[in-house]
Design a protein around this ligand. Structure first.
Ligand SMILES: Nc1ncnc2c1ncn2[C@@H]1O[C@H](COP(=O)(O)OP(=O)(O)O)[C@@H](O)[C@H]1O
Ligand SMILES: [Mg+2]
Length: 272
C-alpha cells in the first residue's frame, strides 16, 4: 500500500508541501466498469503547487483514476465508485455537490489536441462565458489574453485571434491552446492525460516548461509514459499496477529506490 512516510525529506519545492494541508484526498477509491474492477483501494493526497505524475503499464487504471477526480465517469453507464475523494472538506460525490461547479475547479487536457472548430479567441473565451465569469467584453478580452500568455501562446497568435481557427495551428500550438482553454474557468487543479503523447520533442519541451510555470498556482496531475518526462517535471510520482496504486513517493526516490518490486522493474524499463 501507498505510504510515503518513509521517504527522505525532499529538497526544494516539495519540502514546503510537507507542512501543507492536502488540496484533495483520495481514500480507498475502488471503481468497477460493470463486473470489471479497474481500481482497487487507491489512496493518495494531492497538494497545491505540485506536479504529481501517474505512471505504470497500459491498462493499469491511470486514466480511470484521473477521471474520478473531476467526476468524468458521471455520464458513463455501469460505473460504480466506492471510497472517498475529499476536496475543501466535502466528499465530491456527495449529493450536496453540484457537478458543473465541481468540474469548473478542474482543467482537463487530453492526449490528442482537440481545439474547437472556432476562432482562437472563442476557444479560450468559451469556458469563462458559460460559467459567467466575466462581466463584459473588455474583461473577457483581458482574460483571454491572460490565459494565452499563461499557456505561452500569446505572442504567436495575438495578431489573428479572431481570424484563425484553432485548427489552423501546429500540433504543439493546438495543445497550448487547449491548455489556455483549460485555464479559462480559473481551475485549481489541472488534469492531463498524456498531454505530450502525440507531439514532437520541441513542442513537448515547451509544454513541460509551461507546466512548471503553472505549478506556481495550481496542482497538476499528469499521466505520462515517459520516465524522462516524469523525472524532469514531477515533484512526486505514483506507480499504478493492475488497478492498485502500489507506491507514491518523491520523484527522485521513486526512480532510485522504489520499495515495490514491480515499480522498480517498470522504471528500469524491464516491462511496460
Ligand atoms: N469505459 C470502460 N468500460 C469498461 N472498461 C474500461 C473502460 N475504460 C477503461 N476500461 C478498462 O479499465 C482498465 C483501466 O483502464 P485505463 O484507466 O484506461 O488504464 P490506463 O490509463 O492506465 O492505460 C483497463 O482494463 C481498461 O480496459
Ligand atoms: Mg490511459
Amino acid at each position: 500500500m501507498f505510504d510515503d512516510t518513509y521517504a527522505p525529506k525532499p529538497a526544494g519545492h516539495t519540502a514546503s508541501l510537507r507542512n501543507a494541508q492536502p488540496f484533495l484526498s483520495v481514500r480507498n477509491l475502488t471503481l468497477h466498469y460493470g463486473e470489471k474492477q479497474a481500481l482497487r483501494d487507491v489512496s493518495f493526497d494531492l497538494y497545491d503547487q505540485e506536479i504529481l505524475a501517474f505512471i505504470g503499464p497500459s491498462g493499469c487504471g491511470k486514466s480511470t483514476a484521473l477521471k474520478c477526480l473531476n467526476r468524468m465517469h458521471d455520464e458513463t453507464h455501469g460505473v460504480r465508485i466506492d471510497g472517498q475523494i475529499i476536496m475543501h472538506g466535502q466528499d465530491i460525490n456527495s449529493p450536496d455537490i453540484d457537478p458543473p461547479v465541481h468540474r469548473r475547479r478542474f482543467g482537463w487536457v487530453a492526449q490528442k489536441p482537440n481545439p474547437f472548430a472556432a476562432s482562437i479567441y472563442e476557444n479560450v473565451a468559451y469556458g469563462a462565458r458559460i460559467h459567467g465569469l466575466m462581466r463584459n467584453r473588455k474583461e473577457m478580452a483581458a482574460h483571454v489574453e491572460h490565459c494565452l500568455r499563461r499557456a505561452h501562446l500569446w505572442e504567436e497568435v495575438k495578431d489573428h485571434l479572431h481570424k484563425k481557427s484553432g485548427h489552423d495551428l501546429s500540433g504543439g500550438q493546438q495543445q497550448r491552446l487547449c491548455i489556455a482553454r483549460a485555464l479559462s474557468t480559473k481551475p485549481e487543479i489541472l488534469l492531463m492525460d498524456e498531454p505530450t503523447g502525440s507531439i514532437d520533442p520541441v513542442a513537448t519541451a515547451k509544454i513541460e516548461e509551461l507546466l512548471l510555470s503553472l505549478r506556481d498556482d495550481h496542482a497538476v496531475v499528469i499521466i505520462t509514459h515517459s520516465m524522462m518526462q516524469a523525472k524532469r517535471i514531477a515533484d512526486r510520482v505514483a506507480y499504478f499496477h493492475l488497478g492498485e496504486l502500489r507506491e507514491l513517493a518523491p520523484t527522485e526516490f521513486l526512480f532510485s529506490a522504489a520499495q515495490d518490486a514491480d515499480a522498480r522493474a517498470f522504471v528500469a524499463g524491464r516491462f511496460g
